[in-house]
Design a protein. Structure first.
Ligand code: CP
Length: 307
């Protein structure tokens, strides 16, 4: 499979997802033997205008496991020529002469799309703007559901938290919407609910969904609960009570409502969403997600560099 850029979830067709997961399975075996040297002549430039732990480290780890090399700036807003007023477009054109692939996390909505439009080398979107997309996270999330539940068709997923601004949920909704008989429950306070563009997309593709604010009511029905952060300062800014946050807190008591086969997922970092006491429950899948992130990102890098 050859992919030019990874910009948004909608670009992935079902056959592409099947092939990507098959490559990720093969990468599990590559990882088990410590990696490969297949991409030893390739360089990945990692350009992060926003903070990151998982996305940057896992992509850099993935590139090293493939035998490639990494050029990295983790605070591009401070340490790159953006300080001297350089545009994103010019930075991307320049880095195209130094590397074979650019991983970009940008603070502007549509930053990755702008980069892809001028780039001579593949762009991988590592998150763009508030309420943008985070397709590599959604792909690893989907892979985790597939591995944990055994299928994606017919899966029932509760997406919880700040659904308005959360780019992981937006990207995941697009991907889940590609599968038959999927049911999506969007669970959030009113001012954090999923935006209309996602609902329009799901409606257009005949995907079943429900908007809810009551997590406890939904939990017994779902295969996956996908929790995300609600930043406390945003709650007060949007006129919600601070205590609202406790309605979405997953602890051992809440866990009793969840079926035994279900998965508890979170893109991390977590703040007040999941109690550390849940970590040892076999349904806790959030650290598996971080491990799967390396496999999926190895598969994506191989696919843009030529597999
Ligand atoms: N899940 C995720 O995007 O984490 P980071 O912000 O640490 O990359």
């Amino acid at each position: 499979m050859k992919i030019r850029h990874v910009v948004e979830s909608q670009q992935f067709t079902l056959p592409m997802l099947v092939e990507l997961f098959s490559i990720a399975d093969q990468m599990e075996r590559v990882l088990a033997r410590g990696g490969t040297q297949d991409y030893q002549n390739k360089i990945m430039a990692s350009l992060f205008y926003e903070h990151s732990t998982r996305t940057r480290f896992s992509l850099e780890s993935a590139m090293y496991r493939l035998g490639g090399k990494v050029l990295s700036t983790e605070r591009a807003n401070t340490f790159s020529s953006v300080v001297a007023g350089e545009t994103l477009e010019d930075t991307i054109r320049v880095i195209g002469n130094y590397a074979d692939v650019i991983v970009l996390r940008h603070n502007d909505l549509g930053g990755a799309q702008r980069a892809a439009q001028v780039s001579s080398i593949p762009i991988i979107n590592a998150g763009d703007g508030k309420g943008g997309q985070h397709p590599t996270q959604a792909l690893l999330d989907l892979y985790t559901i597939y591995k944990g539940i055994g299928t994606i068709e017919g899966v029932k997923v509760a997406l919880v938290g700040n659904l308005t601004d959360g780019r992981t949920v937006r990207s995941l909704a697009y991907l889940l919407g590609k599968f038959e008989r999927v049911k999506l429950y969007f669970i959030a306070p009113k001012s954090f609910q999923i935006k209309q563009d996602i609902l329009d997309y799901l409606t257009k593709h005949n995907v079943w969904f429900e908007l809810q604010s009551d997590l406890k009511k939904i939990l017994p029905e779902v295969d996956v609960v996908y929790s995300t952060r609600i930043e406390p300062e945003l709650l007060t800014q949007r006129g919600e009570r601070l205590e609202t946050i406790s309605q979405y807190f997953i602890d051992d008591t809440i866990l009793k409502l969840l079926p035994p086969h279900a998965l508890v997922m979170h893109p991390l970092p977590r703040l007040h969403e999941i109690s550390p006491t849940v970590d040892t429950d076999p349904r806790a899948a959030y650290f598996k997600q971080t491990r799967n992130g390396v496999l999926i990102r190895m598969a994506l890098l191989a696919s843009v560099l030529g597999y």
